[in-house]
Design a binder for this molecule. Structure first.
Ligand SMILES: [Fe+2]
Ligand SMILES: [Fe+2]
Length: 196
């Protein structure tokens, strides 16, 4: 496997790709990802690398993005066709090797690919990213009590359930439908499924 650039080099690159506010959010995701990785005996450096990169293509989606993703072998969900912004994680998955200048392990790419809607296939680092993306300290939609409740759960799966419960309640009030891939993750976890 050819080497990939360092975390610091990747952080510099990402900084030039996104707005300052989004970069700040990404740093918050890095911090919480590292915390979650160490809490669950995973690799904090890997979690940080994935975290800094996850939103690098947040401002790069347009109506051509669904077909671009399909051409690059991504399975595009109906909700993503409707709302191409949701594909910024898929774009990051596609561009990760070129931006990191080497062979990025598949599980890094899978984690960033699924951070928007969640998926049973997102893996443990995808779970960390999903939780950190929602609950990093810069997220003002969350009270300290809510953040604390998420982080007090004793597994990544339970943390995701708490997040999805809140999201589903919000979607219900707003009349927004859940994506099928998110529903599938939710049922899987509620039935005791474990991510791997
Ligand atoms: Fe994102
Ligand atoms: Fe994000």
């Amino acid at each position: 496997m050819s080497g990939i650039i360092s975390y610091t080099e990747l952080e510099d690159k990402v900084k030039s790709m996104i707005k300052p506010s989004r970069f700040e959010h990404s740093l918050g995701v890095v911090e919480m990802s590292a915390y979650l990785a160490s809490k669950f005996s995973l690799d904090s450096e890997v979690a940080r690398y994935i975290g800094i990169y996850h939103d690098a293509y947040r401002y790069s989606c347009d109506e051509t993005t669904p077909s671009f993703c399909i051409e690059h072998g991504i399975v595009v969900f109906p909700e993503e066709k409707e709302n191409p912004m949701l594909l910024h994680g898929a774009l990051a998955a596609i561009h990760f090797p070129e931006d990191a200048e080497g062979d990025v392990p598949d599980f890094y790419r899978i984690a960033v690919r699924h951070h928007t809607l969640g998926s049973r296939d997102m893996g443990l680092y995808g779970a960390i990213l999903y939780i950190a993306d929602y609950a990093e300290k810069g997220r003002k939609h969350l009270s300290e009590k809510e953040r604390g409740f998420i982080l007090s759960q004793n597994s990544l799966e339970k943390m995701i359930i708490v997040i999805m419960d809140a999201q589903r309640e919000y979607f219900r009030k707003e009349g927004i439908a859940n994506a099928a891939v998110s529903d599938e993750l939710y049922s899987f976890l509620k039935n005791g499924g474990r991510l791997a």
